[in-house]
Design a protein around this ligand. Structure first.
Ligand SMILES: *[C@@H]1O[C@H](CO)[C@@H](O)[C@H](O)[C@H]1NC(C)=O
Ligand SMILES: *[C@@H]1O[C@H](CO)[C@@H](O)[C@H](O)[C@H]1NC(C)=O
Ligand SMILES: *[C@@H]1O[C@H](CO)[C@@H](O)[C@H](O)[C@H]1NC(C)=O
Ligand SMILES: *[C@@H]1O[C@H](CO)[C@@H](O)[C@H](O)[C@H]1NC(C)=O
Length: 179
């Protein structure tokens, strides 16, 4: 099946599920990993999960950009674990400064919706000094995209002016419960 067809099916299912809410999902953050590739520009002060209670683990991220940036490209892909992580379906490149002015691309908007309530990135470029995500968790109302239960990783490469500056890898379990 072509990727385009898969995406059409997923979006169609999304619309149906969203309208009829016939199933519930469980998400669990399982691991995070961040690294700066240019410490004179980006320092990662914090990148870790914290268990709040038995059901909820949250993500805290705190980075310092030592210089302003007006050119951010966000390259992301999903990996699925099956004997090690393998690329799974999506791989995208988003112009961050353009996106934040006027969000485009359905999947990127969904991902942004997950981060936005917990972060201070809701402003236009330039990005400078503190970049924060506090207490982020995967809300079950983001059951936007029915996909197979499993262990996934969202791997994001953050580039400024075409050069890789830092990476953030967020792993999570996804379980769909058909009602
Ligand atoms: C690393 O950051 C400095 C600014 O502190 C910048 O001038 C330089 O171009 C960056 N290097 C790369 C490879 O992006
Ligand atoms: C955790 O989830 C279980 C079952 O899903 C529920 O019974 C329990 O009340 C939840 N605990 C908290 C602290 O939310
Ligand atoms: C983020 O990290 C910086 C540098 O360590 C620190 O000064 C600041 O208080 C941190 N912010 C939050 C909200 O934790
Ligand atoms: C930031 O969020 C507010 C409220 O959600 C929204 O009205 C505004 O357009 C957002 N700004 C940007 C730059 O996305």
């Amino acid at each position: 099946m072509s990727n385009v067809l898969k995406i059409v099916i997923i979006l169609a299912t999304f619309i149906l599920t969203w309208r009829f809410s016939q199933y519930s999902v469980t998400y669990k953050l399982t691991n995070v990993n961040c690294a700066s590739h240019n410490k004179s520009w980006v320092t990662i002060n914090e990148c870790r999960l914290k268990a709040i209670n038995r059901n909820r683990t949250v993500f805290n991220f705190n980075a310092t950009f030592h210089h302003p940036t007006n050119d951010v490209v966000v390259d992301y892909r999903f990996l699925k674990r099956e004997n090690g992580y393998k690329p799974w379906l999506y791989k995208k490149s988003v112009d961050g400064c353009r996106f934040i002015k006027k969000p485009y691309d359905m999947l990127s908007i969904l991902i942004y919706m997950v981060f936005k309530p917990f972060s201070n990135i809701n402003h236009t470029c330039p990005y400078y000094v503190n970049i924060l995500i506090r207490g982020m968790y995967l809300r079950t109302e983001i059951k936007a995209m029915p996909y197979p239960s499993g262990k996934y990783m969202l791997q994001i490469n953050w580039k400024f002016y075409q050069k890789l500056q830092f990476v953030t890898n967020i792993s999570y379990d996804f379980i769909e419960n058909l009602l």
